[in-house]
Design a protein around this ligand. Structure first.
Ligand code: ADP
Ligand code: MG
Length: 318
């Protein structure tokens, strides 16, 4: 059935982090507050993030290893999907995540700190705040690099008349910068998994058939309500791959227009074959009944029609 959906596809939604942007982001800025050193910030953040499978977490752990800071034992790790993570270390609770998370937990930022976050975000970086239950302890900025094939893939899809929309749990500033670089038609920021579901439903209402491309736990529910869920296999989590109707085993965005084109050609081919077969049968049966055509020519024609159908199908391999 998804072959038919591919033919009538009107819009495609992409998750930002891990799908449109590179699966290997890098830490570009670290700052410490509350009497902590930058090394301590990296040590706490690296220890906690070593339990997360988010692309952002990977970048922080790599940076911690490069800086050769100690990775400490943590307890009660908890991921808050779309917001950040929480864990206990040496008896204290720590949070790492977005400004929204800190707002929800009531952990205050000063005016200067807020300005610092906005400045980094407008450069297209994702800012992770580190704090305990009361104070901000530091900030880490991660550069969100666009995948090399993102811009071209978006352009190809748009040229074939498909609306391209970017969905992200990340903040407005970063989303805007990345959406601009990728050249998408629209973007929506600060979405929790349930907001992604609502957005896909709205897109379906507005445009008709919609595909959702994602790689994370946070994308799986939206992929499930879309007409075609496309999971980025190599970078993706198991949940995303199990929810996807199509799983891209290579981590290559250009496979998306390719898969859609192949689906469209397949469905056209199937239709041609059905029509050809029916036409021949419609001719053969009456022709045989009224004695126009003998047993041998009839059989031959039937075999030839089967060959035609097979040869037509083989064209898809090209
Ligand atoms: P996207 O929808 O673009 O893939 P996510 O929903 O995965 O983004 O993440 C949204 C935001 O939640 C991130 O920008 C970050 O601030 C925060 N976040 C998610 N996972 C983590 C993590 N492991 N550590 C810190 N922050 C995280
Ligand atoms: Mg993601």
């Amino acid at each position: 059935a998804y072959l038919e959906v591919a033919e009538k596809l009107r819009a495609i939604a992409f998750d930002k982090t891990g799908t449109l942007t590179i699966g290997r982001p890098v830490v570009t800025d670290i700052s410490a507050s509350n009497n902590l050193s930058e090394k301590e910030v990296l040590s706490i953040a690296g220890s906690i993030e070593s339990r997360s499978e988010h692309p952002i977490a990977e970048a922080i752990v790599r940076k911690a290893k490069e800086a050769e800071v100690a990775l400490l034992r943590i307890e009660r790790f908890e991921a808050m999907v779309g917001l950040g993570v929480k864990a206990r270390l040496n008896g204290d609770i720590y949070f790492i995540g977005s400004r929204r998370l800190f707002l929800e937990k009531g952990i205050p930022l000063t005016q200067t700190q807020n300005e610092e976050v906005s400045r980094l975000e407008n450069e297209g970086k994702t800012v992770l705040l580190l704090g305990n239950e009361h104070n901000l302890l530091g900030m880490l900025a991660v550069a969100d690099k666009l995948r090399t094939d993102a811009e071209e893939t978006v352009a190809i899809l748009r040229r074939s008349g498909i609306k391209v929309v970017m969905l992200t749990g990340d903040n407005e500033g970063t989303a805007k910068a990345i959406a601009h670089q990728a050249g998408v038609d629209e973007y929506l920021a600060q979405l929790l998994p349930e907001d992604k579901v609502e957005t896909v439903k709205k897109l379906k209402h507005r445009y008709g058939r919609v595909a959702m491309v994602g790689d994370g736990v946070n994308d799986a529910p939206a992929m499930a309500v879309s007409d075609i869920g496309i999971a980025m296999g190599a970078a993706g989590t198991d949940v995303a791959m199990e929810t996807g109707d199509i799983v891209l085993m290579s981590d290559d965005l250009s496979k998306i227009p390719y898969a859609l084109r192949l689906s469209q050609r397949s469905i056209k081919n199937i239709r041609q074959n059905i029509i050809a077969s029916l036409a021949i049968v419609a001719f053969l049966i009456p022709a045989a009944l009224i004695g126009w055509i003998g047993l041998l020519p009839g059989l031959l024609l039937n075999e030839i029609s089967a060959l035609v159908v097979i040869v037509n199908g083989l064209r898809l391999l090209k």
